[in-house]
Design a protein around this ligand. Structure first.
Ligand code: SF4
Ligand code: SF4
Length: 137
């Protein structure tokens, strides 16, 4: 059975020179969609990805990554939106590619967060003047 799973990978500094993405593709026959990446050689980093392929290959690939000290959070949405502190200024909505942050009702201009659409690109972090959005990682 084919599945798609979102995952957040955190790389320790010792592993930043390893070609993990090409390995997932080549050795586990997976398609990898990268939403966000920041890896600094020798310092560590992270990737927000979605992997698609045969379920057993996806699971085996995660085990492979863990044996190489990669910390994995599967299926978690790493974005926190604090509705209580949101001023509904709508600034983030034009910077949210999939529309996870959106104006739910144009009469009230209230902003809502649809977690199921969030791809964890974290663009909203730098576009919210009030620090309403934060990453759990
Ligand atoms: S992390 Fe990206 S996709 Fe998720 S709400 Fe923020 S801007 Fe939208
Ligand atoms: S930019 Fe911040 S305050 Fe404005 S609507 Fe988005 S989350 Fe709310």
């Amino acid at each position: 059975m084919n599945v798609s799973k979102k995952a957040y990978l955190h790389f320790p500094k010792e592993m930043t020179d390893k070609p993990f993405i090409s390995t997932l593709s080549r050795d586990f026959d997976l398609s990898v969609n990268i939403f966000r990446a920041m890896v600094t050689p020798g310092q560590g980093g992270y990737l927000s990805i979605e992997v698609s392929g045969e379920e057993s290959n996806v699971e085996r690939s995660f085990e492979y990554l863990k044996t190489h000290l990669v910390e994995i959070h599967v299926g978690d949405v790493g974005l926190m939106w604090n509705e209580e502190t949101c001023t509904h200024c709508t600034n983030c909505t034009v910077h949210c590619p999939p529309g996870a942050l959106h104006v739910a009702d144009w009469k009230t201009r209230r902003v809502s967060f649809d977690e199921s659409k969030c791809i964890e690109c974290l663009a909203c972090l730098s576009h919210c003047p009030y620090g309403v959005c934060s990453s759990i990682y």
